[in-house]
Design a protein around this ligand. Sequence first.
Ligand SMILES: [Zn+2]
Length: 141
Amino acid sequence: MKRFFENLGYKFQAFMQGRYGTDELSYFLSMASLVMLLLSCLIRPLGILYLPALALMTWSLYRSMSKNIYKRQKERTGYLEFRRKIEKKTALLKNMWRDRNTHRYYKCPHCKAIVRIPKPGKGRNIVITCHRCHGTFNKRT
Ligand SMILES: [Zn+2]
């Protein structure tokens, strides 16, 4: 019996050989499903989250056990891209909040870049030059 448990680690290693394992997306899926499971257990009206939480957990396990590494890496890349966009948006909102008394942020209509300018006085027409495309656009403050 003792030998069985000693070999369990090696057996698991052999089982996981050639499989994808865990990554950021698997970790996120597991944590999201755990939070959803906790919420569904603690708050009665949120019991509806139980099945989606199990689905996320199953997806996470499936990804970890999968041998289609190329497809899992593509999923991971998509997830990281999505996360990077959200982090970028959050950082912009944080900066906009921090600078709310001193600066204004505008989106360039030509290249969609965010332009940050010192806060102008109220009721004035201003011409803004984009730092990326050097195009100009008018704004009324
Ligand atoms: Zn521009």
